[in-house]
Design a protein around this ligand. Structure first.
Ligand SMILES: [Mg+2]
Length: 202
């Protein structure tokens, strides 16, 4: 069996690093919630969206190692892998930021995966099972070509896209219950819930 995984905002939680970087630059009030969306919404509100774009290139590049995994993701994926399920990351990520320093974002993400998802020296996810695609369409085609049984993503627009393969079980990672229920889609509120779901459907 084979589990496909999105990367940004599914495995990696950027809430604290966006808050931290914004605070270091004195861009936000101190009482703003520690949340990526709160930082983005605040900068939009005060008409500073270009600073948000610049911050993204920094966070996904030189500050990537300050990002944290979502609670339970390592434990959950370790158990699933031990049960014999192959793990593959299929992510949509441009190689270089739109603005700011020309940092290789794919390399930064791979370094994070090696460092953070390492398991007693052996990676949870094999290097050849990590795909960073430059467009959403390429990501959807890759989800199809790797032939996974389940795919987890935080974006409903990926799971409901016409190109999303019919024979892959859609799993929406929605820890803050932002989205309404989607047809043919299992909702995951936390990574701890994934194990029992995978067990029951394999
Ligand atoms: Mg994502």
């Amino acid at each position: 069996m084979h589990l496909g995984l999105d990367f940004d905002n599914t495995i990696v939680n950027y809430d604290s690093v966006f808050y931290q970087v914004a605070k270091e630059k004195n861009l936000i009030p101190f009482d703003l919630p520690v949340s990526k969306l709160a930082v983005r919404d605040y900068l939009r509100e005060v008409d500073q969206e270009h600073l948000w774009t610049l911050m993204q290139s920094e966070v996904y590049g030189s500050r990537m190692m300050d990002a944290t995994p979502f609670p339970g993701v390592i434990e959950s994926l370790s158990l699933i892998k031990k049960a014999g399920v192959r793990l593959t990351i299929v992510s949509h990520k441009t190689r270089y930021p739109y603005l700011g320093e020309r940092y290789d974002l794919h390399s930064a993400a791979r370094e994070w995966i090696h460092a953070v998802l390492g398991e007693n020296g052996a990676g949870l996810i094999d290097d050849q099972d990590i795909y960073f695609e430059e467009t959403k369409e390429a990501k959807l085609k890759r989800i199809q070509s790797v032939t996974c049984n389940w795919y987890v993503d935080d974006l409903p627009e990926i799971l409901t896209a016409p190109l999303f393969p019919d024979n892959v079980q859609r799993i929406l990672f929605d820890p803050h219950a932002h989205h309404p229920d989607l047809p043919n889609c299992v909702v995951l509120k936390s990574w701890h819930e994934l194990n029992s779901h995978v067990k029951h459907t394999s």
